[in-house]
Design a protein. Structure first.
Length: 106
């Protein structure tokens, strides 16, 4: 489950409060499944979530969206690795490869 996919400009505090409200409703019916929580800037600011994680429920992961052609190592390996060191789980729910193919006129 991913209650809020790709929040944009909202602060992590607003996003976190929304997740916690929704999680409490989900857990009433489903106490065990993983819930994937989005974070600011199209699921690319997982550092904020890793520094102030949701602790009201188990089995929480944070979404990370990675686009190979534009983000390269900085978002996927470097940022992701650092956030994992903070003890949170990351789940890549958006992975895309954007080819820079140009059409040539013949």
């Amino acid at each position: 489950m991913e209650p809020w996919n790709e929040p944009v400009q909202e602060s992590w505090e607003v996003i976190k409060a929304y997740h916690e409200a929704v999680i409490s409703k989900i857990r009433a019916n489903d106490p065990d499944n993983i819930i994937i929580c989005g974070n600011r800037h199209w699921d690319q600011e997982c550092d904020e979530a890793s520094q102030n994680p949701i602790t009201s429920s188990p089995n929480i992961a944070y979404s990370i969206h990675f686009y190979a052609a534009t983000h390269r190592q900085s978002l996927s390996r470097t940022t992701g690795r650092e956030r994992l060191k903070n003890g949170v789980a990351l789940f890549a729910t958006g992975i895309r490869h954007q080819l820079g193919i140009r059409r040539r006129r013949v």
